[in-house]
Design a binder for this molecule. Structure first.
Ligand SMILES: Cc1cc2nc3c(=O)[nH]c(=O)nc-3n(C[C@H](O)[C@H](O)[C@H](O)COP(=O)(O)OP(=O)(O)OC[C@H]3O[C@@H](n4cnc5c(N)ncnc54)[C@H](O)[C@@H]3O)c2cc1C
Length: 404
């Protein structure tokens, strides 16, 4: 079998980004994955850090933080590369590393992110006088009245109006945003006609659930071109059409770039010679198969996706290469009473420690494998949910891992 220049293990955001950057550098790349990663659940926005000016705040992080190993130059380059991938899939994103952009959440609060889909960029609300919030009859988990109640606290001077659109297309049963996005693809005119009935002007904005298609920007363009008002999508409960659009944008890019994608391919172990990994072994229903490679990127998603497991308390395991896993010891330090409190959760800091080349290291700082790079949610030492850095660390570590 031919030797791949790069094998990426894991098909989430960090795996896709690693494969995309590697392919862009002319490498022969294979991506091995099972399961779909967390993108279909995610908002589609990329959070760098919960700070007004993320790049300034990143400079002050402790030395063991993944961002300090990645470096600002790489984080910035990753943001640009990411926007290029999405632009090529006609899925425009706004933002950068130096500022935060608001998006409206499903409950009507504002969430600030570094890179946001243009369809969700709520800074466009600032100069609007009137805001319509339009739900869809039969659509679950979108409550216009609640969204308006919360937005009124943020924008007390604006006028709000709730609406419920009856799109006959959707039938009688309760549907999710995913169902609605699927049903409206190719039937955008029905939605556009319903929105036109609101008689919104260029001084207005219409906030809607994220149902403008599951791919690219074409559904949004078809609707928006018929309205004078700005149209904005909120986040939603999973499954999330904006996350799925992002996943599809990457898959399109990888296919175009010649990356070989092997789905339902669970990597069970590495083939190791001294400090080099020469290949990985995949197990499927029938047999095992070895994929030889010059370089491996481990993007298996940490605790959330099976990249790290823990059958016994205080004994987390990285199951493919048996890498040492950093974790917070002692049950009393494992979690806080308050899930969304004011300090990081011990369990959420669990992960693998690396050197500046993202090579895994042991407790003494010794490099374990010279051609294995660890990226994304696998990286330990920070609570990515608490500090709101999951997407940023995923794309930036992937960028660095792929360019080494
Ligand atoms: C509900 C939700 C909302 C989120 N919202 C945001 C947000 O608003 N902003 C933000 O920045 N981030 C958000 N995130 C985080 C973000 O989407 C990703 O979780 C994060 O970027 C980590 O990505 P990853 O690629 O490292 O891991 P994952 O996305 O978990 O992907 C890991 C992949 O590896 C595969 N894998 C695991 N083990 C193996 C193996 N042995 N062999 C082959 N494949 C394997 C898994 O099946 C999976 O496909 C959210 C996440 C969730 C779950």
């Amino acid at each position: 079998m031919k030797v791949f220049d790069v094998i990426v293990i894991g098909g989430g955001l960090s795996g896709f980004m690693s494969a995309a950057v590697s392919a862009n550098r002319g490498q022969r790349v294979a991506l091995l994955t099972y399961g779909s990663g967390s993108l279909p659940l995610a908002s589609g926005a990329i959070d760098f850090l919960n700070a007004e000016v993320p790049d300034e705040a990143i400079k002050n992080l402790p030395a063991h933080h993944p961002y300090k190993k990645i470096g600002l130059k790489n984080i910035d380059a990753a943001a640009k590369f990411f926007c290029d991938v999405t632009a090529q899939a006609d899925l425009p994103y706004n933002g950068n590393l130096s500022a935060q952009i608001p998006i409206v959440t499903a409950v009507g609060t504002l969430k600030y992110s570094g890179l946001v889909p243009e369809s969700m960029n709520a800074s466009k609300l600032l100069d609007k006088k009137k805001i319509f919030v339009a739900g869809i009859k039969g659509l679950k988990d979108f409550y216009a009245a609640m969204i308006i109640d919360n937005l009124k606290k943020i924008f007390p001077d604006k006028i709000f109006e709730a609406a419920t659109l009856d799109l006959k297309l959707l039938g009688g049963r309760d549907i999710t945003c995913m169902d609605a996005a699927q049903l409206l693809t190719g039937n955008e005119q029905i939605f556009a006609d319903a929105l036109k009935n609101l008689n919104a002007t260029e001084d207005d904005a219409i906030i809607i659930p994220p149902i403008l298609g599951l791919e690219g920007n074409s559904s949004r363009a078809a609707v928006k071109s018929q309205l004078r008002a700005e149209i904005l999508e909120t986040t939603c409960l999973p499954p999330s059409p904006p996350g799925i659009r992002l996943q599809r944008a990457f898959i399109k890019y990888l296919q175009k770039s010649g990356v070989k994608i092997f789905e339902t391919s669970k990597v069970v172990r590495g083939v190791v010679e001294g400090k080099k990994v020469t290949g990985v072994v995949v197990e499927n229903a029938v047999r095992e198969k070895t994929f030889p490679a010059k370089k491996i990127i481990l993007a298996t998603g940490g605790f959330y996706s099976g990249g790290i497991t823990m059958r016994e308390f205080d004994n987390p395991i990285e199951p493919i290469f048996n890498l040492p896993v950093f974790f917070t010891t002692g049950a009393e330090n494992w979690s806080n009473e308050n899930l969304f409190g004011d300090k990081p959760q011990g369990f959420s800091m669990t992960g693998i420690f690396t050197d500046a080349n993202l090579n895994p290291i042991d407790a003494a700082g010794k490099i374990l494998f010279e051609n294995l790079h660890v990226v994304g949610a696998n990286l330990g030492g920070c609570d990515k949910i608490f500090e709101r850095s999951a997407g940023g660390i995923a794309i930036a570590s992937a960028y660095k891992g792929a360019t080494l």
